[in-house]
Design a protein around this ligand. Structure first.
Ligand code: SF4
Ligand code: SF4
Length: 89
């Protein structure tokens, strides 16, 4: 992650959310992103995608189409939604 980037920018861009917990590290999305916005976390037992250049995302949604595990979405993932929405209920 670049210095100064917030953690949120590793799981969202202006257009797309990612839930890295669902990622199977097949890396199909990494090469599919035309803006090289998606990067890898690749340790032995810790492998998933992150947005490494979230600001470069242009909203083409190729990542949503190519991922077989539903990692990407235009909506905030449920697990985060519950966390963010709860204080306002
Ligand atoms: S295509 Fe989906 S499962 Fe494969 S690396 Fe990308 S986010 Fe992970
Ligand atoms: S929406 Fe397009 S530009 Fe943005 S991360 Fe997905 S594939 Fe890359």
């Amino acid at each position: 992650m670049k210095k100064g980037m917030s953690k949120l920018s590793s799981i969202r861009t202006e257009y797309v959310w990612a839930n890295p917990k669902k990622c199977a590290a097949c890396w199909q999305c990494v090469g599919s992103c035309p803006r090289q916005a998606i990067g890898k976390v690749s340790f032995l037992w810790h492998r998933h995608i992150v947005f490494k250049n979230a600001e470069r995302c242009m909203g083409c949604k190729k990542c949503i189409k190519v991922c077989p595990y539903g990692v990407f979405s235009e909506e905030m993932p449920d697990v985060l939604g519950r966390f963010v929405k709860q204080p306002f209920l």
